[in-house]
Design a protein around this ligand. Sequence first.
Ligand code: ADP
Ligand code: MG
Length: 179
Amino acid sequence: APHIPAPSVRITVNSPEQMGELGLRLAKILRAGDLVMLNGELGAGKTTLTRGLGAGLGVRGAVTSPTFVIARVHPSLGDGPPLVHVDAYRLGGGLDEMEDLDLDVSLPESVIVVEWGEGKVEELTDDRLHVVIHREEGLGSPLLERSRELGEATSDVRTVTLTGLGARWAGVDLESLAA
Ligand code: ADP
Ligand code: MG
């Protein structure tokens, strides 16, 4: 297959509100059948981004962490695609298990957002938008050092890197997502 350069963009996000706004902008370029894979440590902002995405898609129901349910389906309030929000952390066996969830929705007709799906859901499609959220650490003060030792977030600054894989994303202007 010819090599298709994967479009990629890195965006700095300074607050939960800005993360939500990034989700709103992202929703505008998503369509049915898209798979978005979110990575980043606990508290990075994966669910916060998905909440903005859900608002942008105009779907029903509060977007909260699906950790205990594994997956939650948010139907569109209009005639757009539903949002399928998956937390793959407990999805040990990967895709088979996801199919066993009986989501009562057609995945090719949905926008699927998977948190922590690495190594588990890639078989769904070669066309994937990978989103990695990195928590920037605050620099300097002893207080921040202490927070860091305790494993607390020391800053609201996040770096979000979006990379589009496969023909679906070739030529898509991800740079336009930077506010
Ligand atoms: P994850 O799903 O990655 O575990 P959540 O979205 O559930 O993370 O939680 C992120 C937490 O970090 C929230 O409490 C949110 O308010 C806070 N936060 C602080 N700064 C940001 C930011 N820039 N983007 C997203 N969340 C942020
Ligand atoms: Mg989450």
